[in-house]
Design a binder for this molecule. Sequence first.
Ligand SMILES: Cc1cc2nc3c(=O)[nH]c(=O)nc-3n(C[C@H](O)[C@H](O)[C@H](O)COP(=O)(O)O)c2cc1C
Length: 374
Amino acid sequence: MTYQPADRAMFQPVALGQLTIDNRFVRSATWEGMAAEDGSVTEKLTRTLVRLAKGGVGLVITGHAYVLKQGQAGPWKLGVHHPSMKPGLTGLTAAVHEAGGKIVAQLAHAGKLANVELSGAEALGPSDGEGFRAMTEAEIDSTVEAFARAAHLCRESGFDAVQIHAAHGYLLSQFLSPYYNKRSDAHGGSLENRARFLLAVVRRVRLAVGPEYPVLCKMNSDDFLPGGFTVDEAVTVAGMLKDVGLDCLEISGGTGDSGRLMPVRPGRIKSPRAEGYFKEAAGRIKAAVDLPLILVGGIRSFEVARKLVADGVCDAVSLSRPLIREPELVNRWKSGDLRPSACVSDNLCFRPAMSGEGISCLSEKLLKEKAARR
Ligand SMILES: Cc1cc2nc3c(=O)[nH]c(=O)nc-3n(C[C@H](O)[C@H](O)[C@H](O)COP(=O)(O)O)c2cc1C
């Protein structure tokens, strides 16, 4: 395959609301498992994100960064919960900028999925359940404030934007979803009520960072759960997010309870037609709401990415596992080598991160070891 001049549009700057990036490729938020125990930036994390920026993506989004210790989902996650994180965060953004990249912090709270051993606090969700309890109104308000403080800290630390994590069954996604949210107060029941927390976060973050700083959000298009959040609802919430001044929405889908339809879907993608798990939903949202969209999930080839953008399904595509396998993938495509990503979506990349070594592509390592034995 050769590089076609018509494909150049993929490598030209694009405005995602107030955030302009150099090309249409984004590294989607990916827990690297490389932050220090206290949530601060490490050299290894910085090296990894700098390598991604040098590898050609127009934007790097950090992994899930907790806005409150109580919202920490797992080990070696980045923290944006305390001013003491600022020197590390500032060093990270400076290094990525020096490499010519742009970097966004993903602001998150795990809600009922918080790891209580690590957080040292109760796990909280929209409703009571085993091992967690429903948030009070006061706890919702203080969490809104925590998102705002974290956004301000990120702005002060040099991030180009913040992204509010409202996908994948974490706190804000739990509130959006009738599968998890059984409340009967102003935060439960109707879609307007279920979206109240997320909209309050976006409004309060906007106040904290000012009108000219880009605010992004990652949201499910569908929970793929019986009685869960649906595409129709995602279209409506996208409109609400636009009305409160969101710059750009990243479309994902699924939760940890969605079986094989979880956000990080397992299984090799066998044909270009099967790429882009949420492309139909993104197309529907794009047709209904005039808001810049990033589409994530199962995108493995340049041609599919190009077509998604050319057809107006999204303004940019984002990738997670393909960039673990090959951080230089975008530069390779830019050079004219359009072979698809070698990622086989086996999710073995989580394994080294769970043991404290940080994410890496295990199947590539196994292949290399096999070749060396021959
Ligand atoms: C190791 C790993 C960690 C992830 N961590 C996050 C995260 O912190 N925040 C998030 O929104 N999504 C996270 N994801 C999901 C990805 O951003 C993406 O939505 C999903 O992997 C589908 O995209 P892909 O097919 O390009 O991998 C993670 C995925 C992987 C593989």
